[in-house]
Design a binder for this molecule. Structure first.
Ligand code: NAD
Length: 487
């Protein structure tokens, strides 16, 4: 293992300056199991300084015109694009994902988040309504809220952080962000671009550290009136409790247990190819990954055979090898948790068709200590099992047959989550019916992960509260007033 002093040591970014922290947390390279960098273990004091800097920067930033703010956001997008390769390499090393995924998804999307909200912020209209019989004209005014607290997870680190920073500052807020302590490097690299992009000191502050220390200090800070959180449902409960005494505005983007409903008339070529991708992309560590596949009984044997064959071709290994589809899972603990679900499935009579415990991974020497797991397909698990009810967040998916449309919908809805769903059928009437009945904030028919940033993004039930996306983000990051003027 490399000597501690050779590790990257991150610093907080407060008021436009990098500020060292007294204590640190080790963060690992999941593909080797070795320490990659040391992340500030910030607490109340650091959060206090960041909130003060954000408060000070708020009046001037909020008074800039949307065009002036958009110029800064576009410059940030350009700088991310210019540094794409370095950012992709760092994201892969920090998170375990393949460099290819970071290069083609995470980093381009991070740049696009800034570009999209720079443009979107120029097109919002307020509402106006006439009340002639009262001699009144009524309209809405929207104002930035103040200091926004932004908390993001480890699975799509820069992508999900910028999904919050971009709309927050485009709307005129200033921010204090806290990325996941397991994946902080690209956020720190983004801070290095702030000055060059013309982001005034204090508009974007980043405090690194753990959830219980830095995160909860941010959530319970009285001068942070809104929190946008993406992460697990369990953490969302804590955040809701911590923020309740302050009546904060909350946006919660949480976990999922996303079903795919495959009807007999589906285009199976397209369905199998996409459902392998939707189940296993990014090691299955995307909140929108498919983890329950319900297949109409008449095509179940054919689907299963083709799906398992395609899953076997989904290669797992060294994240920097362009031939691999998947890299390593985020941590040793997480790998154990995901393996535990496969063991539970087996103990309940489930059959593991490929992946964990069935296929050996062929890893290079340097990856021997990494947290790898092959794409795993399970059948024969009852819907009541924890395997079918809880979010696994790894490369594991379960397949099960169904007989009727009603049954498919009711089983899809039989979990506490409601984030995403995919529906596979060429019958337009059916896809309309099922899309309406399935309990999910996002329904993809004959596709997956098509993202239109103008549309609301978020989940129902335990998958979230509120929506983000073009107008929804603008609404969340502004406070609305209704004004009546009488002549
Ligand atoms: P997590 O809830 O453990 O952590 C998320 C963030 O919250 C981290 O920055 C963490 O440090 C912080 N945190 C933890 N405890 C806190 C506390 N007490 N106060 C304040 N902050 C605290 O989630 P994770 O394991 O990093 O991410 C995986 C989860 O995120 C999965 O459940 C996944 O489905 C979900 N997710 C949801 C979406 C979505 O858009 N719906 C997107 C990506 C990930």
């Amino acid at each position: 293992m490399a000597k501690p002093h050779s590790h990257l040591v991150l610093e907080n970014y407060i008021g436009g300056t990098f500020v060292p922290c007294r204590s640190h947390i080790d963060s690992y390279d999941p593909s080797t199991g070795e320490v990659y960098c040391r992340v500030p273990d910030s607490g109340r004091e650091e959060v206090e300084a960041a909130v003060a800097a954000a408060k000070e920067a708020f009046p001037a930033w909020s008074q800039r015109s949307p065009e002036q703010r958009a110029t800064v956001l576009n410059k940030l997008a350009e700088l991310i694009q210019d540094n794409l390769e370095d950012l992709a390499q760092a994201e892969s090393r920090d998170q375990g994902k393949t460099v290819t995924f970071a290069r083609t998804v995470d980093i381009p999307r991070s740049a696009y988040n800034f570009r999209f909200f720079a443009s979107s912020a120029l097109h919002h209209l307020s509402e106006c309504s006439q009340m002639d019989h009262m001699g009144c004209l009524n309209y809405t005014l929207r104002c930035p809220v103040g200091v926004a607290g932004l908390i993001s997870p480890w699975n799509l680190p820069l992508y999900l952080l910028t999904w919050k920073i971009a709309p927050a500052i485009a709307a005129g807020n200033t921010v204090v962000a806290k990325p996941s302590e397991m994946t902080s490097v690209t956020a720190w690299m983004l801070c290095k671009l702030m000055e060059q992009a013309g982001v005034p000191p204090g508009v974007v502050n980043v405090v690194f550290g753990s959830g219980p220390r830095a995160g909860s200090a941010l959530v319970s800070h009285p001068e942070v009136p809104l929190i946008s959180f993406t992460g697990s449902t369990a953490t969302a409960r804590v955040i809701t409790e911590l923020s309740a005494p302050f009546c904060k505005k909350l946006s919660l983007e949480l976990g999922g247990k996303n079903p795919a409903l495959v009807f007999a008339d589906a285009d199976l070529d397209q369905c199998v190819e996409t459902t392998v991708r939707s189940s296993f992309s990014n090691q299955g560590e995307i909140c929108l990954c498919t983890s329950r596949i319900y297949v109409e009984r008449s095509i179940y044997p054919e689907f299963l055979e083709r799906f398992v064959a395609a899953a076997r071709k989904w290669k797992t290994g060294d994240p920097s090898d362009g031939a691999n589809n998947n890299g390593a899972l985020i941590s040793k603990e997480h790998l154990e948790k995901v393996r535990g679900f496969v063991a539970l499935a087996k103990s309940e009579g489930g059959v593991v068709h490929c992946g964990e415990g069935v296929d050996e991974l062929d890893l290079p020497e340097r990856n021997a200590g990494g947290y790898f797991m092959a794409a795993t397909v399970v059948t024969g698990v009852p819907d009541s099992s924890r395997v079918m009810q809880e979010e696994i967040f790894g490369p594991v998916t379960c397949v099960s047959p169904f007989d009727t449309e009603d049954e498919a919908v009711s089983r899809a809805n039989g979990v506490r989550y409601g984030l995403g769903a995919t529906v596979w059928s060429r019958d337009v009437g059916r896809v309309h019916r099922v899309a309406r009945r399935v309990q999910a904030g996002l329904v993809w028919t004959n596709c997956w992960l098509v993202r239109d940033l103008n549309l609301p993004f978020g989940g129902m039930k335990h998958s979230g509260v509120g929506r983000e996306g073009g107008r929804d983000s603008y609404h969340f990051f502004t406070e609305v007033k209704s004004v009546s003027i009488k002549h």
